[in-house]
Design a protein around this ligand. Structure first.
Ligand code: COM
Length: 551
């Protein structure tokens, strides 16, 4: 089967780099022994993003290099397709991954997780700069200097490098085969078309992700209405007044960024923030602290409201909504941000393959990631919530393992979770109300405790919260650890502050082991003091008790 694009494909990639005035490596780019460097990939990707065309990037073995049938074609090269491909390849299989963008990694490095983390870091920096304005060496805070557009431009100018690493690593280190900058068309459970060629494989893995659902509101097409993707691509003015429609994680994260830059932001949410079913195990105390602290920063959070229309003459000028009492209200606005959640585009797969989907279009799979159609698998955001990285990557790997003959199941119903406001907000296990419903003797370690005055209680205090703790304790964060007083096992952990996300990945594993982890074992760990969640030393302070009590 001749699947390799002729060598001139790489020659023309060379020409593209040459046209930018950058040095072009000798020889045929892409040939073994003369691979593109990360820097060269970055130039090529940026060039294709600035001047899109349909010239596909091929990295597929010639028949004399590898004439095996593909074990799987991954349709979509985001986290699910890329990790699944890498795993299948590592197991000795042959894969092909096809993506319509000129890079692997999907929306994460392009419009989603990576810009979100940049924006959240900016929000945190601005929050500190504003709070410390005129104190110590901090200059008087000038909100005019904080520009949403400048941060977006910073991201756009730099994202070619992370994109480039994806292509380089996938080819040079992971040995993956791929076709990029070309949309795949699935024809049947064994056949996919891309760049005018048909490819056959023993299996197909669908992994094309999800996109924002824009609500069916009058005015939704006006200029000035964005979602996280179009914000990154198209935002070209500095807004003054933002209205966010929807109460998802994206609303909290992006809203906190907009507000921190000085753009007055209102969130319009049907349900109280952080109470939708897509976020589970959210502790009431954690939620209250998060929302209070967003309001403390000047954000307006309107819950139980219903957007009615976006108004404007060509461009957004106001948002009309029905308040919690059923009365219509209007907010003047020059920037509307949609954060109502995401849905997949699965109609092509339903039409071509007949795969079963749920009411929202998400593809139904079993615990092996098998769809309702033989030899067709699905992974990532196409499966529905949680739209999280661990699920995308592990579901892709699960499909790969099963395809390679290893029966493997993946249950993604329980997991640690996080989001950002100007804080890092992280939680795992049970919330306090869930724990009390399930266990008779729930003990909690909480800072500040319920009966303390938070204005004068400076915990948490550690990396990232020191300046807050010593200037205004209430804003230094909040945390809670829940323990079953009978078995002494940890049930849940909840933290608002800075620097615990890493630890919670591992703590979640310990808590969810069949044997769990006890307060006594926690107290035996060696803390690196000051540690942001303080759990180790606080467990040790209480572990001497035979009958545990709250702290
Ligand atoms: C990360 C993308 S930005 S992937 O999960 O490594 O493919």
């Amino acid at each position: 089967m001749d699947v390799r694009k002729p060598r001139d494909a790489f020659v023309s990639l060379r020409a593209r780099i040459a046209a930018t005035g950058r040095p072009v490596p000798a020889g045929d780019i892409g040939e073994h022994g003369q691979p593109l460097t990360v820097g060269e990939w970055a130039v090529l990707i940026d060039e294709l993003l600035d001047n899109p065309n349909d010239e596909a990037i091929w990295n597929v073995a010639l028949p004399e290099e590898d004439d095996r049938e593909f074990d799987a074609i991954f349709v979509g090269g985001g986290a699910a397709g890329r990790f699944g491909s890498a795993f299948l390849r590592a197991r000795g299989g042959r894969q092909l991954v096809i993506d319509s963008w000129p890079f692997l990694g999907g929306s994460c490095p392009h419009q989603a997780c990576v810009p979100h983390h940049l924006f959240s870091e900016v929000a945190r920096e601005l929050d500190l700069a504003r709070h410390m304005s005129g104190r110590l060496w901090y200059p008087k805070f000038d909100p005019k200097k904080a520009s949403i557009v400048e941060v977006i431009e910073l991201f756009r100018a730099g994202r070619g490098f992370p994109h480039a690493v994806m292509n380089w690593q996938s080819k040079e280190q992971l040995g993956m085969e791929y076709i990029l900058n070309s949309r795949a068309q699935v024809l049947d459970p064994h056949t996919v078309e891309a760049d005018g060629k048909r490819f056959t494989a023993k299996n197909i893995v669908l992994a094309t992700g999800a996109r924002t659902t824009f609500p069916d509101l009058p005015g939704i097409d006006l200029r000035g209405v964005y979602d996280f993707a179009s914000l990154t691509e198209d935002m070209n003015y500095e807004p003054n007044r933002c209205v966010i429609i929807g109460g998802s994680k994206v609303a909290i994260e992006y809203g906190s960024f907009f507000q921190a830059t000085g753009c007055q932001t209102t969130i319009l949410s049907r349900t109280p923030l952080m109470t939708t079913t897509s976020l589970h195990h959210v502790d009431d105390g954690l939620r209250a602290y998060v929302v209070d602290m967003m309001r403390d920063r000047g954000m307006e959070i309107l819950e139980g409201v219903e957007p009615v229309a976006i108004e404007g003459n060509g461009k957004v000028s106001a948002v009309r909504y029905q308040d919690a009492n059923g009365l219509e209200q209007v907010i003047a606005s020059d920037f509307v941000f949609i954060a109502t959640g995401e849905r997949p585009a699965t109609s092509q797969f339903v039409d071509a393959l007949g795969v079963d989907v749920d009411d929202n279009g998400f593809i139904k799979v079993d615990t092996h990631m098998r769809t309702s159609v033989g030899n067709v698998w699905a992974a990532g955001d196409l499966l529905g919530p949680p739209l999280e990285m661990f699920k995308a990557r592990k579901s892709g790997c699960t499909a790969a393992r099963n395809i390679m003959g290893e029966p493997h199941e993946f249950d993604f119903t329980e997991y640690p979770d996080f989001l950002h406001s100007t804080y890092e907000i992280t939680w795992l296990g049970l919330s306090e109300s869930e724990a009390r419903r399930k266990y008779q003797n729930v003990i909690k370690i909480q800072m500040p405790p319920d009966d303390a005055n938070p204005e004068t209680f400076p915990l948490p205090v550690a990396d990232g919260s020191m300046l807050y703790a010593f200037t205004r304790p209430i804003i230094s964060g909040w945390f809670k650890l829940l323990i079953d007083g009978d078995s002494r096992r940890l049930l849940g952990a909840h933290h608002v502050g800075f620097g615990v996300k890493d630890a919670f990945q591992y703590l979640d594993y310990l808590v969810r082991r069949p044997e769990g982890i006890t307060i006594d074992q926690m107290g035996e760990l060696n803390e690196l003091f000051l540690n942001p969640e303080h759990f180790i030393q606080l467990c040790r302070l209480r572990a001497g008790q035979s009958q545990l009590t709250d702290l």
